[in-house]
Design a protein around this ligand. Sequence first.
Ligand code: SF4
Length: 479
Amino acid sequence: MASEKIENCGLFGIFGDAEAVHKTYLGLHSLQHRGQESAGIASSDGEIIRCYTGMGMVRRIFRAGSGVLEKLSNPIAIGHVRYSTSGTSKASNNQPLLAEYSRGQVAVAHNGNLINATLLRDEYEAHGSIFKSTSDTEVIIHLLAKPRHIGNPGPLGHVLNHLQGAYSLLFLFNDRIEAARDPYGIRPLCIGQTEKGAYVIASETCAFDVIGAKFIREVEPGEIVQLNKNGLDSRFFVTPGTVTPAHCIFEHIYFAKQNSTIFGENVHEFRKNLGRQLAKEHPVESDVVIPVPDSGTSAAVGYAEQSKIPFDMGLVRSHYIGRTFISPEQRLRELEVKLKLAVVKEVVKGKRIVVVDDSIVRGTTTRGKIRALRQAGAKEIHMRVSCPPIRFPCFYGVDFPTKEELLANNRNLEQIKEFLEVDSVGYMSLEGLLECAKLPEDHYCTACWNGKYKIPVDIVVNKFAMEHYQMRMFKDELS
Ligand code: SF4
């Protein structure tokens, strides 16, 4: 899905480390693939929280010599990389969101999407609350500040019980970090520990590798983990075992980094298995298997292994183009795709090629690539996709376009083949996808393929969420 506009967010937090802020910076770097629109770090010396956020990539916001990291230097820190799945792309929506309420300061970082945020926000605004951002995350701060929640022992659990949707969250209070995951465990959230014993929380384990921390376990669905001067405490705001998880299997297919372990499995191995399964389901006589890098690479390795067809790099990716470079205009987007993915003519000329990608969303960028491969002299092009056709929008934190824009929404396979201008197309079956997964099949969310949304979304909330999405897209176009 190279160059398609769908992304996510990434979280990192560390407690009780003299280099906490620098390690947060490194952790965010390693999570940059989850969001490239903005980033931020909030840190505490035990009494006062400082926060700095900016638009763009981590290395630009915290560039060497700017002195920002030095000013933030404290032993407790959380950080966030963002892509706006809710709220417009503007600085006031950057995270962590820092606020002051009757109990002091709090900074919040969120990965996911709250489906009832619009309803809650409307309710608060009707009672006079003022919001400073358009992000759904700010609703959580308003909930936290409600007197009826403050008065409760363990107020965070009460707050979380009001949220509907997907959320992996980090809260930085002046003396502690609290990490929470929604009862369905939709987005990943992992716990690690440094050699010196400091606890670390991150969206993916790749962030532990970069700072030399070891993976301990995941934050369980419905669990709140507190990091404080005594170590790590855990409590549940939903009785464990009462909710069947709905892990986003798309994390395995596309979002997460290959060296990460999420939902109990290494991402590269998972994708390789998908490639093997895809080769079994959709074999084709050809001369070379090429991936759409980077997220299609592991599946292409698996496809080549299973089919015994040589693997080669017929497309190479430029890593120096940021997210902001992706143009809303189709014509410019095709030129940008050419910049981002270049064809190696020597690999494809005169060959029958199998192109393996992890997924196809709109299909326009894929078609652009297919045309470039033809121009480079490919004799036959067979498209193989390591997930089923995406037909439904995601309400849980992935910024798919509207249903109407999805390539597979109202096209059959023959029409998709014609649209992509390929000689054949083969998608992974949903059964095959779930067979490759380690956990029981009902432990995953598969709504973008079959429309079965596991988190109850009643008609009213759904209507508001749809309007909210449409409004956001409209605002994005204006800004
Ligand atoms: S709808 Fe698709 S992308 Fe969204 S959480 Fe479910 S599996 Fe993931």
